[in-house]
Design a protein. Structure first.
Length: 125
C-alpha cells in the first residue's frame, strides 16, 4: 500500500532533531520502504515485527541494524573497505495506529556511539 511517510530522528546524545524522510513510501507485509529527503537515491527498508525491528539502508555504504526486544542485536556497516560489526540495543519499541517509535543505541566495547529515537508516521496515500 502506498503511504505518506514522515520520519523524524531525535539524537539523544546531541539533542538534535532531523527530518529524515517526508513524502511517498510503501508499506507491505510489515515492511516500510522510503527514500531519504536530502538524498533521494538512498533507500531505506524497515521491517516491523512483534519483538524485532530491522533497519536497512541501501546506498554506496550500506547498513543493517537488527533490534531485538530484551536481547543484544547486531549492527553492520558494509563499505568498499569491509564490514564493521557493532552491538545494537533496543530500548523502546511502540506501535500505534499509524505510527511506530523506536529508541535504540549502537555500542562498541560497551561505549555508546549512537543513541537515537526515530518516529515513523504513516498515512494512507
Amino acid at each position: 500500500m502506498k503511504v505518506q511517510v514522515l520520519v523524524t530522528k531525535y539524537d539523544l546524545l546531541t539533542q538534535e532533531v532531523e527530518t529524515l524522510a517526508k513524502g511517498q513510501g510503501s508499506f507491505h507485509d510489515s515492511v516500510l520502504t522510503y527514500y531519504e529527503l536530502e538524498n533521494p537515491a538512498i533507500k531505506h527498508e524497515i521491517t516491523f515485527l512483534e519483538d524485532k525491528v530491522y533497519l536497512r539502508r541501501k546506498a554506496e555504504i550500506e547498513s543493517e541494524v537488527e533490534l531485538i526486544r530484551g536481547e543484544i542485536g547486531c549492527s553492520k556497516v558494509h563499505s568498499p573497505y569491509g564490514t564493521m560489526e557493532l552491538e545494537s540495543v533496543l530500548h523502546t519499541y511502540e506501535k500505534g495506529e499509524s505510527d511506530y517509535l523506536i529508541e535504540y543505541s549502537i555500542r562498541s566495547d560497551n561505549e555508546v556511539l549512537s543513541h537515537q529515537k526515530i518516529v515513523f508516521e504513516l498515512t494512507k496515500d
